[in-house]
Design a binder for this molecule. Structure first.
Ligand SMILES: O=C(O)CCC(=O)C(=O)O
Length: 254
């Protein structure tokens, strides 16, 4: 089954369980969305101009560590609708694993098919260890590199087997208007599509993990001090400053 765009969180939650992904109609006020998109485009351009940009796959660009690059991103990782869905599939005390942007540029090629929990050796438990969210900052279309995926593949509970040709499994492009957010299970097979247009496709990937899984980004050594200092209680928890049962304690104390 394919998930469809919705503003009904219960339907989104069902799609996430059954299809491995769900698609939510833009939950952000227009002004907040425009600021978020504007800041990302600004940072991406600065990094291309100052030579620090991470460019790959013939036209694509990643912009890492977004929390250090604008307050807009601090709010975005705490979006209440996404928080609700993440708690449902990752459980109490889930963490932010990383936040970065993937820009599929004109001429950028299709990414290899994969599930995000690459760090976990098989056999996988029958539930996701991580989950991702893709904020679409442009309309995502078949031609401009919309994320492609294999609906239901999360239920296979493993990576595609390239030796058996599963790297070429048929995928569907997840097309939705700018502002939409897709939440997807860490076991779902997916990839960036090829961008055959003359305009970049911007997306922000806010990636979360269970409370006992190591985060992709090391926020304790990499996060700017002012960002950590002004973090809301919710953001501090997402970063890993709170204990999870007996994990994450300081000197034997929460
Ligand atoms: O940019 C996309 O559409 C997906 C990116 C992706 O699959 C990844 O970063 O693992």
């Amino acid at each position: 089954m394919d998930a469809t765009l919705t503003n009904d969180v219960e339907k989104a939650s069902r799609d996430l369980v059954e299809a491995g992904y769900c698609l939510i109609e833009c939950p952000l006020p227009a002004a907040v969305f425009e600021k978020l998109r504007g800041r990302l485009l600004e940072v991406a351009e600065q990094e291309r101009e100052n030579g620090s940009a991470f460019l790959y796959d013939g036209g694509n660009q990643r912009v890492f560590s977004l929390l250090n690059k604008g307050e807009e991103f601090e709010q975005n990782v705490q979006d209440p609708t996404v928080m609700l869905l993440m708690e449902e599939i990752l459980g109490f005390g889930f963490l932010l694993s990383s936040t970065h942007a993937n820009i599929a540029g004109p001429g950028g090629s299709r990414m290899h098919l994969h599930a995000d929990q690459t760090f976990a050796r098989p056999p996988w438990p029958p539930y996701p260890l991580v989950a991702n969210s893709m904020w679409m900052l442009d309309d995502f279309t078949e031609d401009n590199g919309a994320t492609r995926l294999v609906p239901g593949s999360h239920l296979l509970g493993r990576q595609p087997d390239y030796d058996r040709g599963e790297g070429n499994t048929e995928t569907v492009a997840v097309c939705a208007p700018a502002g939409s957010v897709m939440v997807f299970d860490g076991r779902l097979w997916h990839q960036t599509g090829a961008n055959t247009t003359d305009r970049p496709r911007h997306g922000i990937l806010n990636y979360y993990c269970r409370g006992y899984v190591r985060q992709q980004q090391n926020f304790f050594s990499g996060l700017r001090e002012d960002v950590a200092t002004r973090a809301t209680p919710e953001l501090r928890r997402l970063l890993g400053y709170e204990n999870y049962f007996s994990l994450g304690m300081t000197d034997g104390l929460p």
